[in-house]
Ligand binder design. Structure first.
Ligand SMILES: [Fe+2]
Length: 311
């Protein structure tokens, strides 16, 4: 197993691995250790299908079940693998520029961390590419561990005391309000998380931030949002970004506790198909370290409904 840096602050490509043959007591512990240290892993030239993809993700933890999370029910052991594609239902072309499916993908072009609005956030996203467009469509990733390290002490102190409020609605509203017609957008109540998430293995702190933030506990929402925007801007300066140019067979795995990402535009009349599996954070991954000491989101902190937004 050889590694090559992807960026001078984070991320490695791992060579000499066939992801079809990784086992929990074989190569996985080495991969997990590299994940804890580098926050982003790339494997190239993999023979992926949904089964290989699922088995790989399950090594990191339980598969995220967003339906169960929204309903407050027990997650299923295996969930259909989420596809991120602009393919139409007939499978013979792409959806129109105005379709909600495409707009929901375009909403991922804001800097974010996946699943911060779920009851239990995600540990990883493992993504593989099947069809890539002729240009664009890169996934850009930054290290929020590096961003933490570069913060002035006064902002570190402020962040340590901050609990941010997260919802999926702001990025969807900013993209196109019609996305509020999708139940998979409106079914979550949102969550409150500490702004700093220490890694339980090595103690390295990272900012836990995303475009999903609409406010912070105990201050005006506009003030909380402005603080989040400042942190996001600092974390996403051009020199901080690793931009991944997808090729079919690439697999990227990032640490949701220590990165943010976004998708770049592509010619939307071209097909782009990736699949993405998030796994759920468990106690040993540091769930209690990001949970607010003064309790989860409160009724008065929940992001308002669409009627409120439109006034
Ligand atoms: Fe994402």
């Amino acid at each position: 197993m050889e590694t090559r840096p992807l960026h001078d602050r984070f991320g490695v490509e791992i060579k000499g691995v066939d992801l079809r043959s990784i086992t929990a007591d074989g190569d996985f512990p080495k991969i997990r250790a590299l994940f804890e240290e580098h926050s982003l892993l790339l494997f190239k030239g993999q023979e992926m299908d949904t089964e290989v993809h699922t088995d790989l993700a399950l090594l990191f933890g339980p598969m995220e079940d967003r339906v169960a999370d929204a309903a407050g029910t027990e997650p299923r052991a295996r969930v259909p693998v989420p596809m991120m594609t602009n393919q139409n239902d007939a499978g013979d072309g792409v959806v129109g520029r105005d379709s909600l499916r495409l707009l929901n993908l375009i909403a991922n072009s804001y800097w974010h961390t996946d699943s911060t609005f779920l009851r239990t956030p995600s540990l990883i996203n493992a993504i593989t590419a099947y069809v890539v467009p002729s240009s664009g469509g890169q996934t850009e990733i930054v290290s929020t561990r590096a961003a933490w390290q570069d913060l002035p002490q006064a902002l570190k102190d402020k962040a340590e005391e901050t609990v941010f409020l997260h919802s999926v609605l702001p990025s969807r509203i900013d993209t196109d309000e019609r996305l509020l017609d999708l139940p998979e957008v409106t079914r979550y109540q949102g969550q409150a998380w500490r702004a700093v998430w220490p890694n339980p293995v090595n103690g390295q702190k990272a900012l836990y931030i995303a475009n999903h933030i609409y406010g912070a506990r105990g201050v005006d929402w506009s003030e909380g949002r402005a603080f989040a925007e400042d942190l996001i801007e600092r974390a996403t300066q051009p020199e901080c970004i690793y931009a991944h140019e997808w090729e079919p067979g690439d697999v990227l795995i990032w640490d949701e506790r220590a990165t943010m990402h976004r998708v770049r535009p592509w010619p939307y009349d071209e097909l782009r198909t990736l699949s993405s599996i998030c796994t759920t954070v468990q106690e040993q991954d540091g769930l209690s370290l990001v949970s607010p000491a003064d309790g989860p989101i409160r009724a008065e902190e929940v992001f308002p409904n669409r009627e409120f937004i439109r006034t």
